[in-house]
Design a protein around this ligand. Sequence first.
Ligand code: R5P
Length: 298
Amino acid sequence: MIDGMVDAVLIGTASRGLGSRLALELRASPIQVESKTFPDGESYIRIPEEVRGIDVAVVQSTYYPQNRHLVELFLILDALTDLGVDSITAIVPYLAYARQDKRFRPGEAISSHTVIKILERLGARRFLTCNIHKEEILTHFTIPALNISATPAVADYIKGRGLQDPLILAPDAGGAALAEDVARRVGSDHAVFEKHRDKETGAVETEFKKIPVEGRDVVIVDDIISTGSTIANVARMVKSQKARKVLTVCIHPVLASGAEERMREAGVDQVVGTDCVESPVSHITVAPLLAEALRKSL
Ligand code: R5P
């Protein structure tokens, strides 16, 4: 391996598009993982090419169905190690279970730590992810682990939309840094809302905030959209204050069932995400940013 470069990109089932784009960016051989699901629901994985002695980047995101995508990733890593690869870089653009990063209630499993332990045990030698929910999680890796930000790609997308006097909004304090970075790159201002989440039910409440949105296009940015409740709360508030268009751009469009309808009913005109999660709204690719990170080495 020279300066972080890899010989092949092993493309998992959850990242067929991003994996292919990354292989092109890196001019590395793309290898499509073969997979199937047995009638009882168990996963099958096959690496269809010779990999002995080469440096491989595995690209497999772990969005819904996250348990299946994770098990596939585990099988891929173990098979590659067993087949004698020289090194494995695990690229997991969306890391499942990253939101359970501490014990919020006594007795809870800290699932992000569990996932990290397994990835390392199965032979990952470097780890790369994108806009992880909390960077602190990476300190639990003992291998080099890097989190890149998709904000350059997100900002380029927003700049290309021809928006009217855009205002960038963070739906909660945790998203403030992301919104600030996007706003700086777009050359606009930003505002941050306050959100409270019930630790047992998961229900979210957003504090009312008066902001200068009348006649302006607003872009609500967030790292993850799951149920869409966080975004819907903000959309209703900016619509009631006469915002013109409401766009929402996220890094990880996890989009649980009913999320898009919830956001549209609240006044969102368009939902866009990156290919960290492959969905019908994933119009922004992070492949060039991942390639750049690999070239610079970890
Ligand atoms: C949480 O703090 C995250 O940044 C997102 O705001 C959250 O995961 C979104 O969840 P939902 O779409 O279910 O409201």
